[in-house]
Design a protein around this ligand. Structure first.
Ligand code: SF4
Length: 357
């Protein structure tokens, strides 16, 4: 009798292109953008608020966050900054799970977002009821979830990880003989599995932005730019990751651009990051990794439609009205805090060890 493996039985939760919203970038005359930026600066002061922005958001929002004492970073640093800052209101410019993480770590602070409609295909593709059922069916496995999950899913997890910390955390736990349920990004999960050799049951979700990068078209592009270094975010498919000179989180990609002795880079992640790359390495050339090609169904074309919902106009409206506040139930906050704190403590220890070495 043939039996199927638990992995083969898992449902495919990837979002079909037809369900992905159009990317609606806010195109405004410069004068209007400048007026909105000036209003945001005043409103931030009035409300004792800071902007906590992701690298994939609008370049003007990133600049404003830097100029006004907020932060521009990846999701792990966004979480850390929310704890560090004395501001009592956090304006999280990113997607909803980032706002929820900020609230879980800072329940006493007010967390607002320019829009609560900014979702993430990974978060949407990991409904908590189905996820809990998987965990119930495999009680012998340690539950590790990616940051890109809802507060309810995090509340069921033993550990939360980010793309920059996933390999280190799984390697550490694998060395203790642990087996894992991993959710929700299957490509990042496969990459971590390859790097660590761990036994991982992989949820079948994907990021609609990174999943669109194409291996064959990347090979062709590399031939046209033989000197370029290829930097790839690990949410990308294996055929793309295999061609990388550096596989890294957004922070890892930025560090590679600063430290590598190269003038040209092909970058496979959301194109919102190009603002920071050009700012930090103005003399270097950055080329978008290909999402289009004969086989492409390119919908996002390397820019997250949900990140693009964080506009200057919506930021002003949120600051003025106090709308779009993130609410997380106290019992979920209590439980979801554990896997996040585990990661923050782990990464802090790793930093100290690196400093001592
Ligand atoms: S870029 Fe991908 S992982 Fe990031 S928020 Fe958008 S859909 Fe989610």
């Amino acid at each position: 009798m043939r039996t199927t493996s638990p992995q083969a039985e898992l449902k495919d939760y990837r979002m079909p292109p037809s369900a992905v919203p159009e990317t609606d970038v806010e195109l405004l005359p410069i004068a209007e953008r400048n007026e909105l930026k000036a209003s945001i600066k005043i409103l931030l002061k009035q409300h004792n608020a800071v902007l906590v922005a992701h690298y994939y958001t609008d370049a003007d929002l990133q600049m404003l966050a830097d100029e006004t004492g907020g932060c521009v970073s990846d999701s792990l640093e966004m979480a850390r900054f929310g704890i560090r800052t004395e501001a009592q209101t956090l304006i999280v410019c990113g997607v909803r799970f980032m706002g929820e993480t900020a609230k879980i770590l800072n329940p006493e602070k007010r967390v607002l977002m320019p829009t609560l409609a900014a979702e993430c295909s990974l978060d949407i593709g990991c409904p908590s009821a189905a996820f809990n059922a998987l965990c119930d069916a495999h009680p012998d496995r340690t539950v590790v979830v990616y940051a890109n999950t809802s507060a309810a899913v995090k509340a069921r997890a033993d550990w939360m990880v980010t793309s920059g910390s996933a390999v280190d955390v799984i390697r550490h736990l694998h060395a203790q003989g642990q087996k894992f349920i991993w959710a929700p990004d299957q490509y990042l999960g496969q990459y971590v599995q390859e790097q660590t050799g761990a036994d991982m049951l992989l949820w079948r979700g994907a990021c609609i932005v990174h999943e669109e990068f194409k291996g064959i078209e990347l090979e062709q592009l590399r031939r046209q730019h033989p000197r370029a270094k290829v930097l790839v975010h690990p949410e990308s498919p294996a055929a793309v990751i295999r061609q990388a000179d550096v596989v890294g989180s957004t922070t890892g990609i930025i560090q590679a651009v600063i430290t590598l002795d190269a003038e040209e880079f092909i970058v496979a992640t959301d194109k919102g990051i190009f603002h920071k790359l050009r700012e930090l390495a103005p003399g270097k050339t950055f080329i978008e990794a290909p999402t289009a090609g004969r086989s492409a169904t390119c919908k996002s074309c390397a820019h997250c439609p949900w990140m693009a919902m964080n506009t200057l106009r919506r930021t002003v409206q949120t600051l003025e009205s106090g709308a779009n506040e993130i609410a997380v139930a106290p019992e979920i906050i209590k439980r979801a805090n554990l896997p996040i704190k585990r990661l923050l403590d782990f990464t802090q220890q790793q930093k100290q060890l690196a400093g001592d070495a």
